[in-house]
Design a protein around this ligand. Sequence first.
Ligand SMILES: Cc1cc2nc3c(=O)[nH]c(=O)nc-3n(C[C@H](O)[C@H](O)[C@H](O)COP(=O)(O)O)c2cc1C
Length: 305
Amino acid sequence: MSKRKVTLSSEVGSVSLHSAVMTASGTAGYGDELADYGDLSELGALVTKSLSLDPWAGNAAPRVTEVDAGMLNSVGLQGPGVAAWLESGLPAAQQAGARVVASIWGTSVASYGAASAALAGQDLLAIEINVSCPNVEDRSAMFGHSATQTARVVEACKGAIPIWVKLSPNVADLISIAQAAVEAGADALVCTNTLLGMALHPQTGKPVLGNGGGGLSGPSVHPVAVRAVFECRKALPNTPIIGAGGVNSGKTALEFLHAGAQAVQVGTASFRDPRAPWKVAKDLERALRRAGHASVQDAIGQAHR
Ligand SMILES: Cc1cc2nc3c(=O)[nH]c(=O)nc-3n(C[C@H](O)[C@H](O)[C@H](O)COP(=O)(O)O)c2cc1C
């Protein structure tokens, strides 16, 4: 097979990425945690673990467990808060050469807005909004399970930095929520966050995770996320999409591009091998070549043509 050069660069709306492969929130730390495993400047972006305005303690241990074809987590969004991250995490990431996307979360529309406002003026590629969080003003219903609440969060977060909205797959009508996010001003969609799941201990019969249930990720969620990307691309052909869920190879990354994504995120695979984001990028070059594509651009949306 000829070794034609393939280019991994891509564009997510106004954001130019030199690689279509980035990290997924919550799986690559806040700063330079992965720098011992690869050159952060080679990644399309480092997406931070979700940050709230104030520090947050997270859930009871155990917080992660392995299941067939993936893992379950209930970390519960533990984090240092935006101000502390701006002092140490962001500078560490930038010194290591990373181009950074800050993921944020909140417990109310106003707290999302405050977290976003606290990031104004920073050198960030984008703010990724994690809407898979309970709304204390709406009986703890997940923001991301409601088109109206998702739109309110986007409106509260809009500013000069591009806004990416990370959709929850745990909904009956993903497209109405995606549309609401875009109409409210989202610049891109990330498909998707984890699926709700639970593991029970074989002897005690009790939940393995300290919080009871958790979020399922890894190879088992990949086809769910591919379908979400495909459906969003079909309904919103002009909206940039980032695929997340079970990316662990060039093949799985390429599948997201074919479904209509402009870029992909590597999450759970990094727990097995912290070099996974770099390995996926190398393997994506091979997969693109094998499929006869000269670039990421050539592959995007192939399933719709
Ligand atoms: C341990 C762990 C922590 C995570 N934390 C976050 C988080 O803070 N914010 C978020 O938006 N997604 C979080 N996620 C979801 C991932 O970013 C990703 O959307 C999901 O795991 C699917 O991708 P994957 O199968 O490649 O892991 C987390 C996932 C894992 C496994």
